[in-house]
Design a protein around this ligand. Structure first.
Ligand SMILES: N[C@H](CCC[C@H](N)C(=O)O)C(=O)O
Length: 263
């Protein structure tokens, strides 16, 4: 089986063109950073009758997610760089609906992608009982579920322990991606993430959109203005429009091609 390893700000996935018979078990096996290739999961790309291409994303634990922001930027790069398309505007079918991409290139290679991530649904903040006491989070849907917690200091946030606890909190019946956000100013936030099914990752595109949308709803950041979301792996540019639509711009990089033994 042939995979292409790519990443968006260090959020790395293995990309496969076609449908896999058992994507969940393959994702679990290959994501292992010692007994596999090592990644945050796998993403499959295939033809679509509803869009230019279709993508599916599987976390490192094998669970399937509805959407992946860093991943969809790499899908745009994959299909353009490998010559499946030559236009720079395309749509990708996901379990959360179709998403529109605009590709930025250097020469004949994609280096940056802007994605219309659709409307983020920002719910009222909730106070959750945790082993740390009561924790206020803002539930946000970006097609996949997020819990955004605003903190004084991102460096002190217990992302590994509290993130894991929030992922499995009974309030979130399907689990949740947990973001810890420190607001720097009205156009800059810092965010670290514990991802459902993958643990701490270097970046999370949907999580960055959820964090910016929650900050705008809390009147901590400005809508219709570019918000720099600073992550462990680098920076994403997010814009939250007045109608709730969220635009995301960020890099996409190819690391290597991999041939994998079938099991
Ligand atoms: N890393 C991805 C999010 C994966 C979401 C997945 N962990 C889930 O179960 O929803 C991103 O860049 O948006």
């Amino acid at each position: 089986m042939h995979f292409t390893k790519m990443h968006g700000l260090g959020n790395d996935y293995l990309y496969y063109y076609g449908e896999l018979k058992n994507p969940s078990s393959i994702s679990k096996r290959l994501s292992d950073r010692h007994f596999g290739i090592g990644s945050d999961g796998i993403i499959t790309i295939s033809p679509s009758t509803a869009a230019d291409f279709k993508m599916r994303i599987f976390n490192a634990d094998g669970s399937e997610a509805m959407m992946c922001g860093n991943g969809i930027r790499c899908v745009g790069k994959y299909v353009f760089d490998k010559g499946y398309i030559d236009q720079k505007k395309l749509t990708i079918e996901t379990l959360s609906g179709n998403r529109e991409l605009t590709l930025g290139t250097i020469g004949n290679r994609v280096n940056e992608v802007t994605v219309n991530m659709g409307k983020c649904i920002v719910n009222k903040p909730v106070l959750l009982d945790t082993s740390y006491g009561k924790v206020m989070v803002t539930p946000v849907s970006v097609g996949n579920p997020h819990a955004v917690a605003f903190v004084e200091s991102i460096t002190d946030a217990p992302v590994d322990t509290m993130g894991k606890e929030l992922e499995h909190h009974p309030y979130f019946k399907d689990g949740v991606n947990a973001e810890f956000v420190q607001v720097i100013d009205r156009n800059t936030i810092k965010m670290r993430v514990w991802e459902r099914g993958s643990g701490i990752t270097m970046a999370c595109g949907t999580g960055a959109c959820a964090s910016a949308a929650a900050a705008v709803r809390a009147d901590l950041c400005d809508k219709e203005e570019e918000i720099a979301v600073c992550l462990d792996g680098g920076q994403l540019k997010i814009k939250v429009l007045s109608d709730g639509t969220v635009m995301m711009t960020g890099p996409a990089e190819t690391i290597c091609e991999c041939e994998v033994e079938e099991q």
